[in-house]
Design a protein around this ligand. Structure first.
Ligand code: PXP
Length: 244
């Protein structure tokens, strides 16, 4: 009986940094966050340096590469600025995502059919820098076929629609992701997935045959509040009660 290897867990740290950027404080500390998630078994860390720098900052990327002991996945828009930053920092992985200024979070996947030649050039430049490139795309067979033509070895399937639906609609989307995964693997791609995954909806995606890695951020940071809020209050009480 063959045993399916454990799906890797990549932790997206953007939302921890959103808290820091809301006040421009020195905390929460990125180095501490990286060390903590790696200590408990994160296989990879993801940071998305957005054009508007709303959470991760340029210096965070440098620091993350220095302290990261697992694997660093640099999420980036398909721009020359981001390509140059990636080639300078040299993370192990880059995930190319679409980016729109006003969006709350990454909405939809890359339109690889429309932007195939631009993405192909970008993949070639990053690959020449020894970076493994992944394309964040919808679970759509035509887009997967276009992704193969860009030379990217990895795709990350957008699970946002799956996460945002329920019942029959969610089952249909799950099937679409399963079919897309099988198709991509038959073409030699490595398949990751992510976006909107949380504790209740993750297992169906994690159980897809040959799924390589899931990238998850928001739900973990949200859950961390309630796993840690009581302790944080106790520590503040004790700091207040400390006699000098
Ligand atoms: N993968 C990609 C490409 C993303 O853009 C995001 C969100 O930044 C995630 C995974 C993680 O999504 P979430 O924070 O909803 O878990």
């Amino acid at each position: 009986m063959s045993v399916q290897p454990q799906v890797r867990l990549g932790i997206n740290l953007d939302h921890i940094m959103t808290i820091r950027q809301a006040r421009f404080t020195a905390y929460p500390d990125l180095k501490q966050a990286i060390e903590m998630v790696e200590h408990v078994g994160a296989d990879s860390i993801t940071l998305h340096l957005r054009e508007d720098r709303r959470h991760i900052q340029d210096e965070d990327i440098v620091l993350a590469k220095q302290v990261n002991k697992s694997n660093m996945n640099f999420e980036m828009a398909a721009t020359g600025e981001m390509r140059d930053i990636a080639l300078n920092i040299k993370p192990q992985d880059c995930c190319i995502v679409p980016e729109h200024r006003e969006e709350l979070t990454t909405e939809g996947g890359l339109d690889v059919v429309k932007h195939q030649s631009h993405i192909k050039e970008l993949v070639a430049a990053l690959s020449a820098g020894n970076i493994k490139v992944s394309l964040f795309i919808e679970p759509n067979l035509k887009i997967i076929d276009a992704a193969v033509k860009t030379g990217a070895p990895v795709i990350e399937l957008h699970t946002g629609t799956y996460a945002g639906t329920q019942g029959l609609a969610q089952q249909k989307e799950l099937q679409r992701i399963e079919v897309a995964t099988k198709h991509a693997i038959s073409l030699g791609l490595v398949v990751n997935a992510g976006h909107g995954l949380h504790y209740e909806n993750v297992s169906s995606i994690a159980n897809i045959v040959d799924m390589y890695e899931l990238n998850i951020g928001h739900s973990i940071v949200a859950r961390a509040l309630f796993v840690g809020l009581g302790q944080a209050v106790k520590e503040m009480r004790s700091a207040m009660d400390c006699i000098e």
